[in-house]
Design a protein around this ligand. Sequence first.
Ligand code: NDP
Ligand code: 8X3
Length: 253
Amino acid sequence: MSRIACITGATSGIGKACAERYAQAGYDLIITGRRVDRLQQLQTAFQTRYGINVMPLHLDVRHRQEVEQAFQLLPTQWQQVDILINNAGLALGLSPLQDGDPSDWDTMIDTNVKGLLYVTRVISPSMIARRQGHIVNIGSTAAKDTYPNGNVYCATKRAVEALSEAMRIDFLPYGIKVTAIHPGAVETEFSVVRFKGDEQRAAQVYQGFQPLTPADVAEVIFYCTSLPAHVCINDLVLTPTAQANAHLIYKTP
Ligand code: NDP
Ligand code: 8X3
């Protein structure tokens, strides 16, 4: 077996681009997501194109038992994950708190915060035992600045930032690197999901400027995990050149 990268939410967007980047570099992959058809297509494509091994795990990160079982049932050689990219996540809705849908809040908190914890909890003990590993948590510029109507999504990403700091402290004695990556606007399925299938509204988010591509983000993540053993990027914000922060994107009409 080569080195293993485990990427949650690999069926789309940033996670899919990361899977491709690490496959190109010869890593074996554990890829997770709820859309089993996409996982199978990616498994076939990456195995054929890059000659690597791919283990698809069909799971919902919100379900703790599902996460625990899926990883505990992996063959032993697949349990030695070198790089974990906690990417699975989403925003649902964009409205003032007083109008928010509590079931959307539950989904965001359960996915972005609890899902990240469940996956880290099952994978990190093997890193600790081997005294090596790198955990990359996908935050957002929404972790850095709370924007109007972003309330609960921003809170979940602030939690990802706090948990990244906590992991860096708790895993320090074991030489495990922890990097939080905070992208600005990346054109993916993110806004279609946020606006519940309204593709026209989603497309408007990325009009009038050049957003990041998922491959841009994957390249930066790959760089962070390719540095010498004694160097760790702890926290990194990347935005399109047209974006100053979570509030301000310079758009041309
Ligand atoms: P996409 O919607 O394109 O991809 C999201 C991925 O997360 C999919 O693979 C999806 O897989 C997976 N996912 C969502 N919910 C679950 C779940 N309950 N269990 C398992 N997998 C799940 O969006 P992005 O690529 O943009 O988002 C990836 C991450 O990047 C998210 O954490 C997002 O918050 C963050 N981010 C995105 C930015 C952007 O502008 N796009 C900017 C900053 C951060 P499936 O549906 O198959 O389960
Ligand atoms: C995704 C970027 O600005 O839509 O985290 O929240 S934003």
